[in-house]
Design a protein around this ligand. Structure first.
Ligand SMILES: Cc1cc2nc3c(=O)[nH]c(=O)nc-3n(C[C@H](O)[C@H](O)[C@H](O)COP(=O)(O)OP(=O)(O)OC[C@H]3O[C@@H](n4cnc5c(N)ncnc54)[C@H](O)[C@@H]3O)c2cc1C
Length: 300
């Protein structure tokens, strides 16, 4: 079986940036990806220097094209199902839906996915409801916005942040009570608070028009910000025995190295937030230098 220096699982900015750096370092790399990058639902990405306002697919296409000059890098559309380590050889076997790869190093760059307590948010997510004001606050500036969140600390944090982009805010807690202190803080800024359960979101083609409460009252809003829960879409790191911290984040040394020799991690799968293509790409670069340095020292 053909042996790789590194298999990169995930072709988001973290995985693709790592692949570019490893390709330029003349390493033999296979990038495996199943096209579920987190920002695929949005129309435009913002804030990546030189690529402001770019469509996520175009961003990915350019990054993949950048790999073309490096013949030792391949990329294919596959879902990785299992990764195991042979403790005798210290090599990894990466099994996807149609192939098995043998590799010295493995980089997990599989990102995270969102979960919403209100399932209907999904229809508006990336079109008029977002989770990152730095990514999409500018486009929603000065508009009548909703902040939808259930945890009081998250709610307060997000509302203070978004107030910078629009003063026309209404807070929806979907049935969760908030302290008098927080309510007073909001009222001091003329921000209305609805603690009623949300019955339904209304709008067309993902463009929010109003939020209907259980009482039947519909409050007009053009868009806004929500706070999802994030989860890793697989347990590869745990299955490979990588140690996690008390919050479930995989422990690394800052250069992608996990506590298991040969296993590296980069991008949001390492730590969520702030959501940023730029940070994920930088993480991928750093992990690639960690991988390349280890290969160099092992072989020199
Ligand atoms: C609605 C929305 C808007 C956003 N807007 C912006 C913005 O404007 N600016 C900005 O900087 N950031 C934005 N972000 C955040 C940005 O998308 C993330 O920070 C970034 O994508 C994280 O990169 P990553 O490489 O860690 O993960 P991802 O980009 O999520 O890539 C992970 C990849 O791993 C692959 N994968 C997962 N499991 C497997 C498997 N088992 N086998 C094979 N492949 C697998 C997935 O298919 C995916 O392609 C936005 C996010 C969302 C949701």
């Amino acid at each position: 079986m053909e042996k790789f220096d590194c298999v990169v699982v995930g072709a988001g900015p973290a995985g693709l940036s790592a692949a570019l750096t490893l390709g330029r370092a003349r390493r033999k790399v296979a990038v495996l990806d199943n096209g579920r990058n987190r920002n695929r639902v949005t129309q435009e990405s913002h804030g990546f220097l030189t690529r402001d306002n770019i469509k996520p697919q175009e961003f990915k296409d350019i990054a993949i094209k950048d790999l073309e000059p490096y013949p030792s890098v391949s990329i294919s559309n596959e879902t990785v199902q299992e990764i195991t380590k042979d403790t005798e050889t210290n090599l990894f076997l990466v099994t996807s839906d149609n192939k098995t790869y043998l590799t010295e190093k493995i980089l997990l760059a599989t990102g995270v996915q969102e979960e919403f307590s209100l399932a209907q948010i999904r229809q508006y997510y990336g079109k008029s409801l977002y989770s990152c004001p730095y990514c999409d606050g500018w486009e929603l500036r000065d508009q009548p916005l909703a902040i939808v969140a259930e945890n009081e600390d998250h709610l307060l944090h997000m509302t203070k942040l978004v107030f910078n982009w629009s003063k026309d805010l209404i807070v929806f807690t979907n049935g969760h009570q908030i302290s008098d202190n927080t309510r007073n803080t909001f009222e001091g800024k003329k921000i209305q608070v609805y603690t009623d359960m949300i019955k339904s979101l209304h709008g067309e083609n993902g463009n929010l028009e109003s939020i209907e409460l259980e009482s039947g009252e519909a409050i007009p809003r053009n868009g806004g910000f929500v706070i999802p829960s994030f989860y890793r879409p697989n347990k590869f790191a745990e299955q490979l025995n990588c140690e996690a911290d008390e919050n479930g984040g995989i422990i690394t040394d800052g250069f992608g190295r996990t506590t298991v020799n040969g296993v590296y991690i980069a991008g949001e799968t390492e730590k969520v937030g702030p959501s940023s293509l730029m940070i994920a790409a930088a993480d991928g670069f750093k992990a690639a230098t960690g991988i390349n340095m280890d290969l160099t020292l092992e072989r020199f």
